[in-house]
Each structure stands twice: as structure tokens, then as C-alpha cells.
Design a protein around this ligand. Structure first.
Ligand SMILES: [Zn+2]
Length: 226
């Protein structure tokens, strides 16, 4: 009763369309959920994400939940997650992705989920790593554990002065270091990121993870531009 009254005064808002949400849903309304499912990448064989990483990463499986559309629903949701501090949106996106992709047995032989880390400075500014919450949402549906302790991203400050601006940016943004990898040895890792464009971040992160003995690797992002 109190909750119903609270919802009447402060209705829950869909972060994709701005409309009030009715029923027991949170963060994304039912029609936006349907739209996301419609945009989902259903072709798992030879999909655009696999094509992007062929010859760059030795992966088992790779896909994205939905195609990225400029000013589309996914862009709005990722904006809320990354720049408005609404981490619950990440959990919802992870859950929706897992429900959609899970129908293809994609998760069947995955042992552990690893979100692509962000640099400590960025994490401090944002307060969290957005991909961590996406991973949590996937865990809610699949019950596959999330590992946050095995890899970190850091600033590579060495020999940047002689490089061009773009090169310097790429260099800074894609330096990953392994930490304690004992829990990942021999595992099939699912590497998670929010969005893939050029694939350079995922490629760098994946290639570092592949230095761990006996690992297999798969890739999943919420959205992809192609
Ligand atoms: Zn909506």
C-alpha cells in the first residue's frame, strides 16, 4: 500500500524513453524492452562482432546484445549508466542481454565472467566500472561468477611524448596488466564490455587474458556499432 502510494507520487521512469513505468519492472519499460529485443543480433554464426575480431583475437564465441543506433534506446541507456551514475541500468541491460542471448546456449560452457576494467582514475571519477554492473546482470540470470581481481587497466606513461595525439590516446587506453590469475587458469572466460566500435580495447584486454595458462575466451558486449 505504502509502496503503491510512493510509486504514484514518484513513478519509476524508463531511462530509455522517459515515460513512467507501470507494473513490477524497473529501469526500462516493457515497450523499450521489446524494441531492444527486436534490435538484438540473432545471427550468431558469422555475426559482425565475430568478423570484427577475426585474426585479432583467438575467441570461441563473440556477439553483442544489440546494434548501436545513434540517439537510439541503447545509447540513452548507456548514457544513463556511464554519465548519470545510474548503475542499476547496467544490471538491467546485463539481465536483458543474458535472457536474449541465453536462448542460443551461448553461456553453456562459460566458467567465469570478466568485465573489461577501466582505469582507476576514471573509476574514481565515475564511482564505478559500468561493465561490472552489466556483468552482475548477466550473473543474475546465468549464475556464472564474476571475477574482478585478475586484470587491471593502467596508464602507460612511458615514452608517450614522441607519439602523436591519437597514438598516445590508444596507448593510454589499452594497457592491461594481469594481477592474481589463479582463479582463471584453464577457464573459459567471457569478457564483457558496454559497447564495441573499433574493438581495440577488447582486443588488448583479450590478448592479455590469453597469456593465462589454458584459458579459452569469448566476447560479449551490450551494443556494437557496425
Ligand atoms: Zn521506455
Amino acid at each position: 500500500m505504502l509502496k503503491a502510494l510512493f510509486n504514484l507520487i514518484y513513478p519509476k521512469i524508463c531511462y530509455a524513453c522517459g515515460e513512467a513505468i507501470s507494473g513490477g519492472m524497473s529501469n526500462v519499460c516493457i515497450s523499450c524492452r521489446a524494441e531492444l529485443a527486436f534490435l538484438s543480433i540473432r545471427e550468431f554464426e558469422n555475426n559482425p562482432i565475430q568478423q570484427l575480431f577475426w585474426g585479432r583475437v583467438n575467441f570461441e564465441k563473440a556477439t553483442a546484445f544489440t546494434k548501436f543506433e545513434k540517439n537510439g534506446k541503447v545509447q540513452k541507456l548507456l548514457y544513463a549508466l556511464k554519465y548519470k551514475g545510474i548503475k542499476e541500468v547496467g544490471i538491467t541491460l546485463g539481465e536483458l542481454a543474458a535472457l536474449e542471448i541465453g536462448t542460443s546456449n551461448f553461456f553453456n560452457d562459460i566458467d567465469v565472467i570478466v568485465p573489461v576494467p577501466i582505469h582507476a582514475k576514471k573509476k574514481k571519477k565515475r564511482g564505478y566500472n559500468q561493465s561490472h554492473y552489466i556483468a552482475e546482470g548477466i550473473q543474475n540470470i546465468t549464475e556464472i561468477p564474476v571475477n574482478l581481481k585478475s586484470i587491471k587497466k593502467e596508464l602507460n606513461t612511458a615514452s608517450q611524448t614522441r607519439k602523436g595525439r591519437f597514438e598516445r590516446f590508444e596507448n593510454v587506453s589499452n594497457t592491461f596488466t594481469l594481477l592474481n590469475t589463479s582463479q582463471l587458469k584453464g577457464k573459459h572466460i567471457l569478457l564483457i564490455d558496454d559497447v564495441v566500435t573499433t574493438g581495440s580495447t577488447l582486443e588488448a584486454c583479450a590478448n592479455v587474458l590469453q597469456k593465462i595458462e589454458g584459458v579459452k575466451l569469448s566476447l560479449l558486449t551490450i551494443s556494437a556499432t557496425y
